[in-house]
Ligand binder design. Structure first.
Ligand SMILES: [Zn+2]
Length: 79
């Protein structure tokens, strides 16, 4: 009987470990699909060439002479 309980406890632990791992993997996949930052990871930031506000590099507007926080600031910097 002790042996059966031991095996059941191990199976329960493996099931719990696998289900939490699957949930974390699913969260990462959804974050990547929605272009959201994964919890616990840092995003590279760049400063706007006009106003100096820091924005995520992925969201910045890239110009010939730098990055900008918005299309408006990109246009103003060109003029
Ligand atoms: Zn700006």
């Amino acid at each position: 009987m002790r042996y059966v309980l031991g095996v059941l406890a191990v199976l329960l632990l493996v099931w719990h470990w696998r289900s939490t791992r699957a949930a974390a993997l699913l969260q990462r996949q959804q974050a990547a699909t929605n272009h959201l930052p994964v919890k616990g990871t840092a995003q590279p930031m760049v400063a706007c060439g006009l106003c100096g506000v820091h924005v995520p590099a992925a969201d910045a507007i890239k110009g010939a002479d730098g990055s900008y926080c918005s299309m408006d600031h990109h246009r103003q910097a060109r003029d």
